[in-house]
Each structure stands twice: as C-alpha cells, then as structure tokens.
Design a protein around this ligand. Structure first.
Ligand code: IPM
Ligand code: MG
Length: 356
C-alpha cells in the first residue's frame, strides 16, 4: 500500500502524527505500507507558492491512497483565491477525479450525550451522506466578478451538473445503500433549480437498476430541518456538492463533535483521499487540544474502502470505541465524569488498545 500523507495546516500535522502511529502498528504487524509526505494548502503555498505543488500532485497520483490532515489558516485569508489553501483541496479532488465523498455520521453510544440533540433522537444514529465532490457551483463556469453598466459590481458562480455526473454519483449511492439499509434519500432543490430538476430525473432513472433500494426525494431546506428533527429516518443521503458540504457539517453535530468524523473521497477505481471532515482549527493548533479520532477513523476508512482490509479497519474502529468506553475524551467531547486528555494522550490510548 502506497500512501501519500499530506498533513496540511493548523492542527493537520498533530492529528496526522497520531494517525501515522496507527499505520505504524499495522506495519509492525506485517502489512506492507509505504509512506511519502507532501505539502498541501498553506503549507504548499509556503513551500512552493502553490496550495497544490506539482510534486504533491505527482505523489498523490502515484499513491494508492491519500491521507490528508486539514488546510487553511488566517495568515492565508488575504491571498488571491487561486493561492488560497482551500484551492489545494478542491484541485486535488478534481485532478484525481474523486467525485464520491462519503461522510458517515455515526453516533458512538458513549457520546450520545455530547450531541446537541436529545440523546434519544441520536442514539444509534448511523447515517451516510454521499456528497458529489467534483462538480456543481464549486467548479461551474462561468464564474467571476464583473462591473455592470450602472456602475454596480456583481459576483457570480454557476451551478451545473451533467447527466453523466449525476448518474455516476447516484450509482455509488445505491451501491452503498445495498450494503446498508437499502434506502436512499436524494436531496435537491427541484422546486427552484433547473440543475436539480435534471438531478431528480437522472437519480430516478438510475434507481430502476436498483429495485431493492427505496428511493425518496427531499428538498434541501426540508432536509436541513429533518436532520435536526428526526435524523434516524435517513440511511443514505445523496446530494450535490454545495448541499452536501452544508448538510454534512450539520449532521456532524448530531454525533457530538465534528472532531469524530472521518471521510472518504473516491474515484471510479476505489482510489481514495481520506480526511477528517473538520478543518484546520488554527485557534487550537499546536496546543495538544485537537481530537485525533476523526483522522484515525479516516485511516480505518482507507483500509476499508481503498484496500479492502476489513479486518484492520474493524480493529481500528474497535480500538476507538474502547477508548471512548474507557472514558477518555478530548476537550471537544468532554463530559462530566470523563477524563480529559490531549491529542497525544488520546493517540497513546488508541495505540495501546490496538497493540493489546
Ligand atoms: C469540506 C470543506 C471544503 C469544501 C473547503 C475547505 C473547500 O468545507 O471539505 O467540506 O467546501 O469542500
Ligand atoms: Mg465543508
């Protein structure tokens, strides 16, 4: 397994350090893992004046999977858009054709109390948001700014999906649903947007190839509401890039902390980029406060989805569960009666469980 590791910015390097220790344990157990490091985001800009340096892209292309920390920081906020850290992330997704973004929102029983919703609403929640990642208004052309004849200025972006793009992400959603509870809820804004009308048509057409999977449709505003009203009604939520960006942050809070959630961004051949869904959290960077579990769980997703190493993936998931059951918590998931630990100590605890 050739893995490209891109720590990025803010808390990225700290959490990646703990995830690497997990890879080291697997390696010590005889799994052949090769690791190379690259710079991305602000780190890429600092090294090469480019948030996605050529050398990093090459590394990522040659790897079987990519493990990423996080990108972004206030010191880069004033750079022109093409130099900003986020562009590194958007470009690597696009260049590697990682169109299918899996964002599970799973509530660990021990953390049901940390949710912003009442525990009974989220207990045993296991929802998968499937976000299309390489299209939509984040990439659509034309975009830009222009001066209008009346002296006003305008900014504009284009929401755009082709039927083939919708078709392929829909198939991933139905495939994922088949391994879960056979339900897909497709989220769009078909009461207003032409893009969404096409989206709904294509998803409905694809669903005929998956008769065992139940398909429903929901408008995005309603979906945002239903997620905090009765989240357990969902199994797989299929949606486009911008709606998925927003809904996946919302869903993360149901689980107690965004610091717990991994993600996978996959291409057509199971090559993937794996990253925690939280950002670079510059305010707590370097303070040993960050929760490394989302990144450690991203390693588990990598083993599961890119390498088919289900046993190792389960092993990591179980180690995380045990550590939580033992009452260890980073600050973001702190609970009365639990022991608060730092990034490194949380890593220690997972490693200890893994090597027992
Ligand atoms: C995410 C992030 C990114 C996105 C940003 C950093 C470009 O919010 O992964 O959800 O919008 O996709
Ligand atoms: Mg986001």
């Amino acid at each position: 397994m050739k893995i490209a590791i891109l720590p990025g910015d803010g808390i990225g390097p700290e959490i990646i350090k703990q995830a690497k220790r997990v890879l080291d344990v697997l390696r010590a157990d005889g799994i052949k893992i090769e690791i190379e490091h690259g710079a991305i985001g602000g780190a890429g800009y600092d090294a090469d004046r480019d948030p996605l340096p050529e050398s990093t892209l090459k590394l990522a292309r040659e790897a079987d999977a990519v493990l990423l920390g996080a990108v972004g920081g206030p010191q880069y906020d004033t750079l022109p858009r093409e130099s900003r850290p986020e562009q590194g992330l958007l470009r690597i997704r696009k260049e590697l054709n990682l169109f299918a973004n899996l964002r599970p929102a799973v509530v660990f029983p021990e953390l049901a109390n940390a949710s912003s919703l009442r525990p009974e609403l989220v207990e045993n929640l296991d929802l998968m948001i499937l976000r299309e990642l390489t299209g939509d208004i984040y990439f659509g052309q034309p975009r830009g700014r222009r001066s209008l004849d009346n002296g006003d200025e305008e900014g504009f972006d284009t929401m755009r999906y082709s039927s083939s793009e919708i078709d392929r992400i829909a198939r991933v959603a139905f495939d994922v649903a088949r391994k879960r509870n056979n339900r897909v809820c497709s989220v769009d804004k078909a009461n207003v947007l032409d893009t969404s009308i096409l989206w709904r048509e294509v998803v409905t057409r694809v669903s005929r190839d998956y008769p065992e999977v139940e398909l429903t449709h929901m408008y995005v505003d309603n979906a945002a509401m239903q997620l905090v009203r009765a989240p357990k009604q969902f199994d797989v939520m299929l949606t486009g890039n911008i709606f998925g960006d927003i809904l996946s942050d919302e869903a993360s809070m149901l689980t107690g902390s965004i610091g717990m959630l991994p993600s996978a961004s996959m291409d057509e051949n199971n090559k993937g980029l794996f990253e925690p869904i939280h950002g670079s959290a510059p305010d707590i960077a370097g303070k040993d406060l960050a929760n490394p579990l989302a990144t450690i769980l991203s390693v588990s997703m990598m083993l599961r989805y890119s390498f088919g190493h289900l046993e190792s993936a389960d092993r990591i998931d179980n180690a995380v569960k045990l550590v939580l059951a033992n009452g260890l918590r980073t600050k973001d998931i702190a609970q009365p009666g639990c022991k608060e630990v730092g990034t490194q100590q949380m890593g220690d605890a997972v490693i200890e469980r893994l090597t027992q």
